[in-house]
Write a protein that binds this ligand. Structure first.
Ligand code: COA
Length: 420
């Protein structure tokens, strides 16, 4: 069945998480992703291995539905293969460290000379310009520098990283948007262009509401924060505050385990019903909570009362009670909860797959649902599994030419690197 991105071919030189997560999404949308790896493979194939001699989950969970070719781009014959592939692709992608793509001989100026219609997409920690341009970056470096860590955690504690991979996967998502826009533009103009997303920029974009609060601080304290903000020049860590116009917090439930909390948003419209349920008419008419401005001022007392009420219920029981009152709320779900959740299964967000080296395993499914071309999730490729297939089908090479290139070392590591 044809897919939304059927017909687009992407030469994916990206590695680790930020790039591969972007190309996996495009593969699920139907693009043909040629994952071009060094002969030793994407480093994540061997990182955090849970099954001996099998590709790690780090790799398999980020590289589904792709084809793998190994090419030693440092060898002249390898460079020739890359040049030929660039001619046959719509997009070339990379997220190497600063200066690497230039050292390999494929900067944008060269790539567009080879194929003026191609879109080239790069992820860098900090972009290709500015004082930080030469620095490498990983997820938590981007969270640290993009405003996420300084605003996550509690006021009296250290900065925290968030579990969601906003630096890597978040940047990958931004890149996909850029690639699709550039392809649309290319289809109108016939010309490709260079798309760059810096991880720092992506994290700042995801922290946009914190920069809203940053500017509000110049006019006075932030009334919705449960911590004092008087005199602050930078947005503080606000614990589990909602961060929006409505008050919210994680309420502790029975039996008091690690994840026994329900996140509750005390939406303006539901206060009356919620207050009556929790503390009867007395709470509903309590002047300390009558207006939202009063609830903001006295929110720590309001949370104390809600916590007391919640201590008689499990998070699921409390969710049911509050859902009946149309209070927006959600239990804190552990990874174990989610892996066994009926709703998640039904939405195909925890998908069982098979793999020749590891047997049965699970991947998080495709979060973007298209009505006419739904994603069909297939396992990640073994290292170099499609090298010959791609050379034949995409480049039209025959056995003899492939044999010559192979003996010249185009697809393998130089002997020294192999021994290592
Ligand atoms: C993630 C990162 C820190 C990893 O650093 P690293 O492991 O030192 O990897 P680099 O990208 O700097 O370098 C890769 C090396 O492999 C080589 N290489 C990669 N593919 C190759 C191929 N097919 N053939 C031959 N050599 C290859 C490169 O030439 C480079 O070697 P060199 O330094 O001798 O030129 C770095 O790539 C980076 O900052 N990337 C941009 C930001 C990013 O995406 N970070 C998030 C990752 S999830």
């Amino acid at each position: 069945m044809s897919k939304a991105l059927s017909g687009f071919r992407i030469l994916d030189m990206s590695h680790v998480q930020a790039g591969p997560t972007a190309t996996q999404l495009m593969a699920w949308l139907g693009a043909d992703i040629i994952k071009l790896e060094p002969p030793t493979g994407d480093i994540t194939r061997g990182q955090l291995r849970d099954v001996p001699n099998a590709d790690s989950l780090y790799f398999t969970m980020l590289n589904c539905n792709k084809r793998s070719i190994t090419v030693n781009i440092k060898s002249p014959d390898g460079k020739q293969v890359v040049t030929e592939l660039i001619k046959k692709c719509d997009v070339v992608m990379e997220n190497f460290g600063p200066g690497v793509i230039e050292r390999l001989g494929f900067p944008w100026e060269k790539v567009r000379e080879i194929n003026p219609r191609i879109v080239m997409a790069s992820i860098k920690g900090f972009g290709s310009s500015g004082p930080y341009a030469d620095f490498k970056a990983y997820e938590n470096v981007a969270q640290a520098m993009g405003g996420a860590m300084s605003t996550t955690g509690v006021l009296e504690g250290p900065p925290f990283v968030t579990g969601a991979q906003i630096g890597d996967t978040g940047t990958g998502l931004h890149l996909v948007i850029g690639i699709l826009a550039a392809l649309h533009h290319r289809n109108q103009t016939g010309k490709g262009q260079y798309v760059e997303v810096a991880m720092l920029d992506g994290v700042m974009n995801l922290c946009r509401v914190k920069f809203r609060d940053h500017q509000r601080l110049t006019r006075g304290p932030l009334s919705e924060y449960s911590v004092p903000t008087e005199g602050f020049k930078a947005v503080p860590r606000g614990g589990n505050d909602s961060g929006g116009g409505q008050l919210g917090n994680a309420i502790k439930c029975k039996p008091g385990g690690l994840d026994d909390y329900l996140y509750v948003v005390v939406q303006e419209a539901v206060w009356d019903a919620l207050a009556k349920k929790v503390g009867g008419e007395k709470l509903a008419t309590d002047p300390r909570f009558a207006a939202v401005s009063e609830r903001r001022k006295n929110q720590n007392e309001m949370w104390r009362i809600l916590n007391e009420f919640a201590s008689s219920y499990t998070k699921r029981e409390l969710m049911q009670i509050l859902n009946e009152l149309e209070v927006p709320c959600g239990p804190i779900m552990s990874t174990e909860d989610l892996a066994n959740d009926e709703h998640v299964k039904l939405r195909q967000m925890w998908v069982e797959l098979d793999h020749p080296q590891r047997g049965k395993w699970y991947n998080v499914g495709m979060p973007i649902k298209l009505s006419d071309s739904p994603a069909e999730i297939r396992r990640s490729p073994l290292l170099g599994e499609h090298t010959d297939e791609i050379l034949r089908e995409v480049l039209g090479y025959g056995d003899e030419q492939i044999g010559k290139l192979r003996s010249a070392g185009a697809f393998s590591a130089p002997p020294k690197a192999r021994a290592a």
